[in-house]
Design a binder for this molecule. Structure first.
Ligand code: GAR
Length: 210
């Protein structure tokens, strides 16, 4: 099966949705490890309780981004993954790290990219007045929150939305979107064409609406 390593920084609800889907739908995939950049990331304990190798590579223990990324890459490489899934991983990765996992590194971001890269996306969406918001699963390139888009999910913004209420609905969508992308990866449907655009073979739609 397809070997997956998931990187988290906190709660890990996307990681949990992926783990549950792989198990419940018997996907041809294996979550080989869950790795966090801090030992206290809540998702690590959950993953460990599922019998998944769970470890931390604490960014605070390293003097530079390069040193941290080298240690993280080594920890990941030990599991020989086909794909590395960023799921609420809140560290900016160096170009060297991204290059090392070229074509194998995937992220979920809580906005309809290219709108609202970076932090506080729900607040940014409300401040801008967009009527549609959502989430994006994409291949990672050295440019933050940029790269070939695999799938997107949209939610309508409501007039009484707060950053929290919007975050909750987007998160619900994330928990459908990311596991679907994992299924496509596990089934070998995803590729990049000569233009660096994503092709997903045998899938009619890569857009979701909540
Ligand atoms: C998710 O909303 C994810 O899209 C976002 O953090 C949250 C993590 O939740 N990721 C980013 O903002 C990446 N820059 P989770 O830990 O419960 O999956």
């Amino acid at each position: 099966g397809c070997r997956l390593v998931v990187l988290i920084s906190g709660r890990g609800s996307n990681m949990q949705a992926i783990v549950n889907t792989v198990r419940d739908h018997a996907l041809p995939a294996e979550i080989c490890a869950v790795i966090a950049n801090k030992a206290e990331a809540a998702g690590l304990e959950w993953a460990g309780a599922q019998g998944i190798a769970s470890l931390s590579v604490a960014h605070r223990d390293y003097p530079s981004r390069e040193a941290f990324d080298a240690a993280l890459a080594a920890a990941i490489d030990a599991f020989e993954p086909d794909y590395v899934l960023l799921a609420g991983f809140m560290r900016v990765l160096t170009p060297g790290f991204v290059e090392h996992f070229n074509g194998r590194l995937i992220n979920i971001h809580p906005s309809l990219l290219p709108a609202f890269p970076g932090m506080h996306t729900h607040q940014q969406a409300l401040a801008t007045g967009v009527q549609w918001h959502g989430c994006t699963v994409h291949f990672v390139t050295p440019v933050l929150d940029h790269g070939p888009i695999i799938a997107q999910g949209a939610v309508a913004v409501q007039s009484d939305d707060t950053p929290d209420s919007l975050a909750r609905r987007v998160l619900q969508l994330e928990h459908r979107l990311y596991p679907d992308v994992v299924r496509w990866l596990a089934e070998g449907r995803v590729s990049l064409d000569a233009m660096q655009r994503v092709q997903v073979h045998g899938v009619a739609s890569r857009s979701f609406v909540l």
